[in-house]
Each structure stands twice: as C-alpha cells, then as structure tokens.
Ligand binder design. Structure first.
Ligand code: HEM
Length: 464
C-alpha cells in the first residue's frame, strides 16, 4: 500500500467485522448481485440522525449495471426506471384508482380470518401467511392489472408466492460461493447451480404468461388506455423506451426482472410490518383500545362496515401506531449498501470514493440520544407533532428511516403507509385481537427475507 493510501486508510471509520450482505429487500436481483461482497472499506455505522447529515451525501452506486431500480447504479437508466415506477404506478392518483382491488383483498382477508378462527377451538389464527397473501394480492393487481389477476387469483398468488420463496432459498448466504468462484463452483456444487437456474426459470414460467396476457389484451384494444382498465405497472413497462440505447423497448426478461422487483420489494416488507404492528396491539391492549375508539369517532355510521381509505386521514392515532411499529420493528435493518462518488468527510472520518456505506436503519430508530425509552412501544410519542413531527421521507431531518432516505429512498413509502393504515384499521374494527390463553406475545426477531417475528403471531380473533 502506498504511504498516501495508508494514510487515507487510517482515517476511515470503523470497519464491520465481515463483509455485510445486502439486506434481503434486494431479493429481485440476479443471484450474483444480491450476494455482492464489499471488497472496499465498509463503514460500520453512519448515523444521519445528526442534523448536519439531513440528506446523506451518499446515494449513488450499487454495483455493476443492472436493469432493475434497486440494482442500477445512479445514472440515466436508474432515473428512467424509477421515474416510470413513481409517475405511472405509485403516483397518488394511480394508487387511488386501485382502491377497489384493495377493498376486495381486504374483504377476502377478513373472510379467511373469520373462517379459520371459527374452525379452531381456541379461535387462534397464525396470521402472517394471510397477511402475505393479502399484500401480494394487492400488489399483483397493480402490477398486472385487475383482469389478469381476478380471473385466476388464487392460483396466481400461490404460484408467485412459491416463486418468491424459491428465489429466497437461492439467495441464502451459502450460495455466495457461486459468486466468488463461478467456474470452480460449477464443478464442485452442481446442485446449487441447478437451484439457481430453477429459481430463474420459475420466474420466467410464472411471470412471463401474465405479462404476455396483458400485452395481448392491450393489443386487442389498441393500447392500454382504451381497454377500460386502470393502467398497471406492466403497461408502463411495455411502453417504455430507453433513449440512451437508441429508443429500444425493454426486453421480456427485463420486464420480468422489474415486475419481480416490484412484488419482492413490496409484499414481504408490508406483511412483515403488519405482523409486527398487530403483535404489538395484541400485547398492548390499551393501544388497541385507543385505535378502536378513534375509529368509532371517525366512522360512526359506516353502512358497509369497511373503513374507507378517505377516512384514514382523520385517524392520527392510527398513523402514530403505524409509525411506532416501523420505528421499533423496521422490516429492513440493513439496506443495500450505498457508495460515494467523491471523497467526503463525515464526523471527522474520511469516506473514500467508492467505499460501500452501510446504514444501520434499526439502530437509528433506537438511538437513545434521539428517542426517549427507545425500546418501548409507545405510539403516543408521535401524537400532536411529538418528536418534532417525524417526517418519514427524511426531508425535514432524519430521526428514523425505515424506508431509507435521500435519492434512493423507497419509492413505495406512500403505498406502504396506505396499506398498513388500511389493514390495521379494518382488522381492529372487525375483531378484538388477544393472545392465546396463558401465552405472551414473543417479540424476538429473526432474519429472513425481512427481519420478522421468530415466533409468528397467533392471535385469538373475537368479532366486535
Ligand atoms: C413496509 C414496506 C416497505 C419497507 C419497510 C421498505 C423499505 C425499503 C428500504 C429500506 C429501501 C432501501 C432504501 C435505501 O437504499 O436507502 C427500499 C428500496 C426500494 N423499495 Fe421499498 N419498502 C417497502 C415497501 C415497498 C413497496 C410497496 C414498493 C413498491 C411497490 C417498494 C419498492 C422499492 C424499490 C423499487 C426500492 C429501490 C429504490 C432505489 O434503489 O432507487 N418498497 N425499500
């Protein structure tokens, strides 16, 4: 190492003990990219809760060029794909146009919970798979259009769910050997390679036909605006062209990758957050009672029994509960590593160009210098502008960042908040949630695709 480099090396912040794997939110990437090692200096912790780090200057590259949003380096392709997702699918007006499909998914969820709880002697239901089914159902409609999903809903959800679980197995850390020694590992570990291929093929088999059906439906109607349906994510991808590459259209495998990213990024994280929030409502009955009382004040005469999305805006305590759930139990603890394009100095430490930077999301929300009694579940801290009115987008200072922050912040923030508030409100409105007899809710964590409950929640559901 040249003396100059050695000097630079000593200024860098503490290193993590071993290369940190990117968090599992990056599931959609091809396997060699999820398992991306950090060969460059890695930062153990960078805490942008300090005021001068409001906008972390670290928002750039993520590794080799990839045509998915989360894997793409900062540049024209990333901008194009991200803008397309944000303006064509996650724009509030477009999200609103899928409210019927969310209502259908919610009714289906409530019915399934009712049936299962009635069928059990103790009325206790293991809820997480139902939550996952519901969030996936809602995202599938937004991705492929209501018609495509409605016709064969249960099968589609089942197949996509299996596809995502297969992909999860092939992204586990033992597969990292394939990334570092591709040639050798083909001879040494043929079974692991076969599993990777299987996961890729399963994505093509499951998602390919859904994309083709939608393209055909659009062609038959001249274009997607003419078919009387709400435009979905696939419609925008089929129409997208890349100016930097001569205006070419996206290929089928690129569209499959982007749809897979959409589903992977949104379904598990939302279902995980929902499970954590409901577990806390079971544990803290006083908080659940307050949510119920607030709903009663807002929707006294609702004929249908389902709380409407418009009513959620009036429920400030509900929002506080969701925020506290995301602070105390962020589904993603360590996001995909970021990198700096130029040397920057943070808190006296040099962050050299290209260094991988790892944000410890959970630690930020638990920082005792920022939060009073950080490990307690106390939604009251967010009520009446408490905590300086935390801004989840990080524009007014970062005190917690369950969705990341800055340029690469999760584009699904508003949709996730809507899903969580809508499901929590309606689930509390429909049932009283309690623990099984002689059982305490166990809040121990487990790292899976997201950081989830080690002992999944079993809740007794009594109709209100
Ligand atoms: C509770 C639910 C969710 C949580 C906690 C969550 C969290 C995150 C986090 C921590 C990141 C990384 C940010 C960073 O690198 O700084 C991220 C990125 C991303 N999320 Fe989410 N997410 C959720 C739901 C969703 C949904 C519903 C979608 C889309 C439908 C989505 C799509 C994405 C995409 C595409 C990225 C990559 C953004 C980029 O690199 O520019 N997420 N999310």
């Amino acid at each position: 190492m040249a003396p100059q480099e050695l000097h630079r090396f000593h200024e860098v912040p503490p290193q993590p003990p071993s290369p940190i794997r990117s968090h599992l939110h990056s599931q959609n990437r091809p396997p060699h990219l999820h398992l991306h090692r950090i060969p460059r200096p890695g930062l153990q912790s960078l805490n942008p809760t300090r005021p001068h780090l409001r906008q972390p200057p670290i928002t750039t590259g993520r590794g080799p060029k990839q045509n998915t949003i989360s894997a793409a380096n900062y540049g024209p392709t990333w901008r194009l794909l991200r803008r397309n997702l944000v303006t064509e699918t996650l724009h509030p007006a477009r999200v609103k146009s899928f409210s019927q499909s969310r209502k259908r998914v919610l009714q289906d969820l409530i019915n399934k919970l009712k049936i299962e709880s009635k069928s059990r002697d103790d009325h206790a239901v293991r809820v997480v798979d139902h939550f996952r089914h519901a969030t996936l159902g809602s995202l599938l409609s937004m991705c492929f259009g209501e018609n495509i999903v409605n016709d064969q809903e249960e099968d589609v959800i089942k197949n996509v769910d299996k596809m995502m679980r297969d992909a999860l197995v092939s992204s586990s850390s033992r597969f990292s050997v394939l990334v570092f020694f591709p040639r050798l590992s083909k001879t040494l570990f043929p079974n692991m390679w076969a599993k990777l291929e299987e996961a890729k093929t399963s994505r093509e088999i499951v998602l390919g036909p859904l994309i083709k059906s939608r393209a055909l439906e659009n062609n038959n109607n001249n274009n997607y605006n003419n078919n009387g349906n709400v435009a979905c994510y696939v419609d925008s991808l089929l129409n997208l062209s890349i100016p930097e590459e001569g205006g070419r259209k996206l290929g089928e495998s690129e569209i499959i990758g982007l749809c897979s990213e959409f589903l992977n990024a949104g379904a598990d994280s939302t279902a995980t957050a929902l499970q954590w929030i409901m577990a806390n409502l079971v544990k803290h009955q006083d908080v659940q009672d307050k949510v119920f009382e607030e709903i009663k004040r807002v929707v006294r005469d609702d004929e249908e029994g389902i709380i409407r999305e418009e009513d959620l805006e009036k429920m400030t305590y509900l929002k506080a509960v969701v925020l506290e759930g995301l602070r105390r139990h962020p589904p993603v603890h360590v996001p995909i590593p970021h990198a700096v394009t130029d040397d920057v100095t943070l808190e006296g430490h040099l962050v050299p160009t290209d260094a991988s930077v790892v944000f410890l999301i959970a630690e930020m929300g638990w920082d005792p210098a920022v939060w009073d009694r950080p490990m307690e579940f106390d939604p009251g801290r967010f009520v009446d502008g408490g905590m300086g009115g935390v801004d989840i987008s990080g524009n007014r200072g970062i005190k917690m960042m369950p969705f990341g922050a800055g340029r690469r912040i999760c584009p699904g923030v508003a949709l996730s908040m809507l899903h969580l508030e809508y499901f929590v409100a309606n689930l509390v409105w429909e049932f009283k949630w309690t623990a099984r007899e002689r059982e305490e809710v166990d809040l121990e964590e487990k790292q899976e695709f997201t950081v989830t409950m080690k002992c999944p929640l079993y809740a007794r559901l009594s109709p209100r």
